[in-house]
Design a protein around this ligand. Structure first.
Ligand code: IPM
Ligand code: MG
Length: 372
């Protein structure tokens, strides 16, 4: 298959982890005879330094023209510590999501059995965790009207949702549930928020056209507890933008590191894939960042084009590398292995994988459900 892939390294550890994602995609090309082309473009704080804006038009156009985007990370403490900054790196992400109409953010949370001892949570609680968060990505408080009073003492952000915005992600979540454990949990604050009550009405109505899928409702505060107390109860979590941001970061603690979780942001025309972690600027250039979230994001990219065997090849290579304990220090405090070495190991297992690709139930299970 021919694919045009835009690479947006961004800030902090973004370039380092993205390089490992590209390395693994190139290994897939070699192994499976694909023809991927890559074009890099500036975004985030590094684009502000060079061009004065976080998302130059040229970058946006490269993204529009590509089949898919692989994204590194965004953000810089310089802006985090300056609440008065007029330009912020994160604006690039919001603009990309909006301009490319990436309305569905899909964040799988799955326990890697190999890493079960690395989790801060008890084994018996997390064993078998396998859920996916469908986070609405283009509405809510992130995009609502905002105000700051003249004297700077009162600020507001409006959480606004339309029926249409709720409905399109809801259909995707129910379709995903049909192929999984057939349960959707709508997470909201319908006891407090009018916008959440609209979510409930719309989702309840849509659920009627998916009779094989069970719909349950859960308040956000309870969901925050349940995610840690009994994560195996979840299958598909459907929720709004801000709640999905928070719950997915919480979900990442289950696997032992936020450096493991990939994501896909999907629209009707475009698709972007990125690790859920941030720029982790303190680790920049130290070769300690975990590249696995980015490598699994590359796998989600392949899954988007239905390259299932290729997805499985990446997932198995990741698993083999983990089994050898070739992991970065976020997972093994005194690890001697760095970002680059972990990437090399995964890429070489992809290339060297004939024995493992004997399709068996275990492999299919790994490949299919680890990603979504
Ligand atoms: C995420 C991130 C972003 C978000 C930040 C970097 C703006 O936390 O994708 O989860 O809040 O959406
Ligand atoms: Mg987040």
């Amino acid at each position: 298959m021919k694919l045009k892939i835009a690479l947006l390294p961004g800030d902090g550890i973004g370039p380092e982890v993205l390089a490992q994602g590209k390395k693994c995609l190139q290994a897939i090309e070699d192994k499976f005879n694909h023809d991927f082309s890559y074009i890099e473009a500036p975004v985030g704080a590094m684009a502000i330094e060079k061009f004065g804006i976080p998302l130059p038009d040229s970058t946006l156009n490269i993204c529009r023209d590509s089949d898919a985007i692989l994204f590194g990370a965004i953000g810089d403490p310089k802006y985090d510590h300056d609440p008065d900054a007029k330009v912020r790196p994160e604006q690039a992400l919001f603009k990309l999501r909006k301009e490319l109409d990436l309305f569905a953010n899909i964040r799988p949370v799955k326990m890697f059995p190999t890493l079960i001892d690395k989790s801060p949570i008890k084994k018996k609680i997390i064993m078998g965790t396998d859920f996916v968060i469908y986070r609405e990505l283009m509405g809510g408080i992130y995009y609502g009207k905002k105000t700051l009073s003249q004297d700077g003492t009162i600020a507001t952000n409006v959480c606004e949702y339309t029926e249409k915005e709720i409905s399109r992600i809801t259909h995707l979540a129910f379709k995903a549930a049909k192929g999984r454990k057939k349960k959707v949990t709508l997470v909201d604050k319908a006891n407090v928020l009018e916008s959440s009550r609209l979510w409930r009405r719309v989702v309840t109505r849509i659920a009627e056209s998916y009779p094989e899928v069970a719909l349950e409702y859960m308040y956000l505060d309870n969901a925050a507890m349940q995610l840690i107390l009994a994560p195996t109860q979840f299958d598909v979590i459907l929720t709004e933008n801000l709640f999905g941001d928070i719950l997915s970061a919480e979900g990442s603690t289950i696997g032992g590191s936020i450096g493991l979780l990939p994501s896909a942001s999907i629209g009707d025309e475009n698709a972007m894939f990125e690790p859920i972690h941030g720029a982790y600027t303190q680790a920049k250039g130290k070769d300690i960042a975990n590249p696995i979230a980015t490598i699994l994001s590359a796998a989600m990219l392949l899954q988007h084009f239905s390259l299932h065997e290729e997805v499985m090849a990446i997932v198995l290579a990741v698993d083999k590398t983990m089994k050898k304990n070739i992991v970065t220090p976020d997972l093994e405090k005194n690890s001697m292995f760095g970002t680059n070495h972990v990437g090399d190991s995964i890429a070489s297992h992809i290339l060297d994988m004939d024995d493992d690709l004997n399709i068996n139930d275990e492999n299919i299970g790994l490949g299919r459900s680890t990603i979504i």
